[in-house]
Write a protein that binds this ligand. Structure first.
Ligand SMILES: Nc1ncnc2c1ncn2[C@@H]1O[C@H](COP(=O)(O)OP(=O)(O)OP(=O)(O)O)[C@@H](O)[C@H]1O
Length: 256
């Protein structure tokens, strides 16, 4: 995959937040038209990476190309949708009015609103106040707002967090449908069992990417049957690679 065909191409990305070096040096290619899962433990840098991709994070070094343009370019404003963990929804207006309002401020066509309500399965609560929505409905409304621009790339930061398993499944089905329509989705989660729903997995740990593969290839390569075990096997591999040679390590251990 060359840089022009990738939805996202990152070379040598470094990000500091406060005094912490959160992403020391990161290279990544995200292919187009797939659901790509960004998985890793809490605090490993998933949100920081996503913020860098959508252009809301100050970076210290590196290059990020999104849909062929530099991350954060004005030209990407309508091509990239971003949904954060803090849903930006107005509680004291209805679902339908939220969507119409955001359509207006985003410069999107309000004629899309009924279609988005249907795609996000919010028909039964379209006239309900947003404050009365369940967690899953709120996530779907946030997603609906992100869909208003008809984005080619959707960056979704932990969209299924706090949802029950049934709602999680329905949201992942929606992601798969969107990808089938040509949208690229980068979806973060720290729930490893969501990995099987992705076309491709990016596993992160401590600001580094430890694998970027299809779920099937990842399991085969690590000789495991679940993403969680694959992650553990990869961690073990990287930790062992960091250890000093066996003899030296044993000697150090004996004197400790
Ligand atoms: N504003 C900030 N100032 C300093 N450090 C920060 C700031 N925001 C985040 N960090 C640190 O950066 C690291 C990565 O955070 P980030 O939110 O990217 O992780 P994450 O993988 O998305 O976590 P989670 O799954 O919990 O959302 C963490 O160690 C966090 O403490």
């Amino acid at each position: 995959m060359d840089d022009s065909s990738a939805a996202v191409a990152i070379a040598g990305l470094q990000v500091k937040r406060g005094k912490a070096l959160v992403l020391p040096h990161l290279d990544l290619q995200v292919p187009r038209g797939e659901v790509v899962g960004l998985l890793g433990p809490s605090g490993c840098g998933k949100s920081t990476l996503m913020r860098s991709i959508v252009g809301t994070q100050i970076i210290s070094a590196g290059e990020i190309t999104v849909l062929g343009e530099p991350a954060g370019s004005v030209g990407l404003r309508h091509r990239v949708g971003y949904m954060t963990q803090e849903a930006s929804i107005y509680d004291d207006i209805t679902v339908k009015t939220n969507l119409s309002y955001f359509a207006k401020i985003l410069g999107a066509s309000p004629s899309q609103v009924p279609d988005i309500i249907e795609r996000t399965d919010l028909g039964s609560v379209a006239d309900s106040m947003a404050r009365d929505l369940s967690g899953g409905q709120r996530s779907r409304l946030s997603l609906g707002i992100a869909l208003l621009r008809n984005p080619e790339l959707l960056v979704l930061d932990e969209p299924t967090v706090g949802l029950d398993p049934v709602l999680r499944v329905s949201l992942w089905e929606l992601f798969t449908d969107l990808a089938a329509g040509g949208v690229t989705l980068l979806v973060s989660s720290h729930v490893m069992d969501e990995a099987t729903r992705c076309g491709r997995l990016i596993l992160m740990r401590e600001g580094r990417i430890i694998a970027s593969d299809t779920p099937a290839d990842l399991l085969e390569r690590t000789g495991t049957s679940t993403a969680e075990n694959a992650f553990l096997a990869l961690i073990q591999g990287t930790d062992e690679a960091k250890l000093p040679p066996a003899g030296k390590h044993r000697a150090t251990g004996a004197t400790a």
